[in-house]
Design a binder for this molecule. Structure first.
Ligand code: ZN
Length: 136
């Protein structure tokens, strides 16, 4: 049980990381088609500029993410990465609202919720394995 609980501070950091991950995915997906289009053409100066700005934005996002990740201790981040990779999730940290996991819409058992509230900790959803936290 102890292994499942993580400090609240780590949760904030992980949510920051998740937000950056979502930004990175959106940036990559939005510009994915633009990128391949740009690559296929003979690069003019304007296209080069556009490519550079996309790469720069991605580079900055990744750098920011790396910096935050370095501040985290323990294997919390590893578990987050593994969960994302194994399940193909973009959002792997979700709140519990009205006792329901907002990732899979299943109910979280009362004793688990009780413990999470009591320890102000985060846990994992028994149904979808996402990290869950009580938001109220
Ligand atoms: Zn769930």
């Amino acid at each position: 049980m102890k292994q499942e609980t993580v400090e609240r501070r780590d949760l904030e950091t992980l949510l920051d990381i998740q937000n950056l991950d979502i930004e990175i995915v959106m940036e990559t997906e939005n510009d994915g088609s633009v990128l391949s289009e740009l690559m296929n053409f003979k690069t003019s100066e304007a296209k080069n500029d556009e490519l550079c700005s996309i790469f720069n934005r991605l580079f900055l996002l990744r750098k920011k993410r790396q910096k935050i990740a370095m501040e985290m201790e323990g294997d919390f981040l590893n578990r987050y990465e593994t969960l994302k990779r194994k399940k193909g999730l973009i959002i792997a940290v979700v709140p519990v609202e009205n006792s329901v996991c907002q990732g899979c819409n299943n109910s979280i058992p009362k004793p688990k919720l009780f413990l999470m509230r009591k320890e102000n900790s985060i846990s994992t959803c028994p149904h979808c394995n996402r990290f869950i936290y009580v938001s109220e």
